[in-house]
Each structure stands twice: as structure tokens, then as C-alpha cells.
Design a protein around this ligand. Sequence first.
Ligand code: ADP
Ligand code: MG
Length: 385
Amino acid sequence: MIAPGTWLGLLGGGQLGRMFTMAAQSMGYKVLVLDPGSNSPAGTVADAHLQAEYTDAKALTEIALRCSAATTEFENVPSESLQRLSEKCVVSPAASSVAVAQDRIREKLFLRDQGFATAPFAVIQSESDLHAREIDSLLPGVLKVSRFGYDGKGQIRVSSRDELRDAFHTLRGESCVLEKFLALHKELSVVVVRGFDDAVVTFPVAENQHAHGILDVSIAPARVASHVANEARQLAIDLANKLDYRGVLCVEYFVLDNGRLLVNEIAPRPHNSGHYSIDACVTSQFEQQVRVMCSLPLGDTSMHVAAAMLNLLGDLWANGEPRWERVLRNGGAKLHLYGKSEPRPGRKMGHVTVLSQQTDAALNGALQIKSALTADAGKSEPRSA
Ligand code: ADP
Ligand code: MG
């Protein structure tokens, strides 16, 4: 066991890293953040910040020397950096797991090979792949870049072969996955945690609503039949075991009208849809990340209250700083701001989790806050994607 007082290394300085850092610090650990930016959400709260690239040999050596264990909050961290650190200190998740999750082609092939149902897809890596016969069965579809896509970026919807060719060119001929566009009944996610001792736990299922490809609202527990929730949790456990995963992993699902669950994608880190765990669960997803990397027993994931989480995007700053009293006059609302100074449209600036004994009341509270803040920003309600 790695005891409190020890230094922990973190690759990435975003909001997930900030919430990890706060969880680690509250348990008495010190956190060293590696991030190339000067004013990152995690870098500003960490005990020390190394401002360097993720591949910087000197910085990686310093982490290895100073820290007993290291983790990542950024799924596009070069897996070689994790590999290199693992020669000197405990690393979770492993480079091999991150390498699968950060590459959509590897991820999809892994899921298919291991027998997890996904949306029908084809790999598109060259002009000749555009002529494959199976393409017809995947239209209308969505073309997604294999690397570095997030929040719906690097995705183009296509309904004909001509549009597909244009989209492939727009994405500069990068390796892609073409997925059939499906009518989704719901989207769900499960955060699963697996320790070095093979202990594995899941958080309650979250129900996710996206707008413009970005998570908008997450509701927990998800309003689905208990057999669907149990299946989602079990699939997440199976996936973590199959990946031999150590750490916190999020599995995103599509639910079809017939109740069938498909795995959409996996993220090798805590997830936006698991933020509710900070305020509504006995143990947060970030505390679990600390527990795994330090070989502490995993915490209880039970919810003590229902929750609805609302993302606060930069759009809400259109008329200046949002009026936070709009949020806080709901006594069950917990405000989390990430300390980002530039509120760009679509940028995640913070989130609010509304707690209530009833899921629907929590959701209504979150939606009321959303309307008030959106109206203040002079925007109409975003369309649902
Ligand atoms: P990201 O890495 O940006 O989260 P996702 O593949 O999860 O990429 O896509 C973002 C969102 O776009 C999904 O949560 C879903 O709402 C929608 N989407 C993606 N793929 C499909 C699909 N095949 N059919 C229907 N909707 C989709
Ligand atoms: Mg996604």
C-alpha cells in the first residue's frame, strides 16, 4: 500500500485531473501534475506542476523519481510515456489498456473480438475502403476519426457514398471508423473500478443526454428497468476483466428501442458522466482512482441520494460571468467550477450536481437551473442532438 504523504504523479492538467488532485489531497497525498499548459485546472491546485510535453524525458524521469505511483486524466496521453513510467513506478491504467481506448479502430476491433455488441461498423483507412460492399448497409452513418476525437469532434454524419467520400476528405484521409447511425432509445454509462488485487466494483448506471455531441445532462440512477441496469454493470465488469484493466474505466452504451445494449466506447479514466459520484455516492470516481493506484481497498459506490448533473459550457458566459445565485438558490445544488479563465463556446467550464431523494426532482432542478442560466446568456435552449 502506498501511504498518504506520498507523491502521486498525474499526466494531464484538465478538470478530471483537478478533481483527482483534490480527492488525493484530501486523503493526504501530494500531487505532481505534468501538463504543457501554464494555467491548467489541475496544475493550479496541484502541489507541484511540471510544465512540459507529455513525452518530455526529463519530466517523466522527475515523476518517476518523486512519485510512487502515476495515473492519467487524459486519454490521448502517449501510451509510450505510461510505458516508460511503469519501469520505475506503479502506473494505472497500463499503457496497453490506454492504447486500446485511445484508438477507435483498436477499441472497436477489441470489442468485436471479445464478443461485446457494438453498432455495425467498418474501418476506413484508404480510398479503396470507401468502395467496400458492406458500406451500403452502414448508411446513413457517422464517420469518426480514429484518434483524438472528443465531444463529437472529428465526426461527420453521412447518408450516401458521395457524402462519405467528401467526409473522408474533410477528415484529411485520416484513419476512421464508419458506424451505422442508430435510433437511440437512451444512452447510458457505467464507471467500473478494478484494483491490482482484481477486486472490481461498478457505480450505479448514469443516463446521459447529449446536445451537439457534448454531454449535457446526466441522471443517476438511470431510469431503466433493473435488468438493463444490471446488464450494463455486468458488461462493464466483463470489459474491465477482459482488458486486464487497473483503474477507473467508463463504458458508454447505446440502448436501442428493443432494450438491447450496445457498447459505444470506453474511456480509460474517470468520466464526465461519473461526476455525480462526488456528491451523491459514498466514494467518488476520483477517490477510487487514488485507491487503485495506491493499492488501497476500493470504496463503497452506493448512492445516498439521487442526482442530476448539468454541464456548464462556455456558452453560458456570453453575457459575462453567470449569476451563480441562480444555481445556489436550489439548496440541493452543488457547484463545481474548474478554474478556467477563457470561456469558449462548447468548452467545459464546470458542472452542477442537483441532489434530491427523487431522481425526477433532481432532474427538474437541473433543468430549471439550465433554463435560468441559458436565458441570462441570451441563448435559446440548445436543441437536443
Ligand atoms: P465522443 O468521443 O465524441 O464522445 P461518441 O462516439 O461517443 O464520441 O459520439 C458522441 C455522441 O454522438 C454519442 O454519445 C451519441 O449521442 C452520438 N452518436 C455517436 N455515434 C452514434 C451512432 N452510431 N448512432 C447514433 N448516435 C451516435
Ligand atoms: Mg462518447
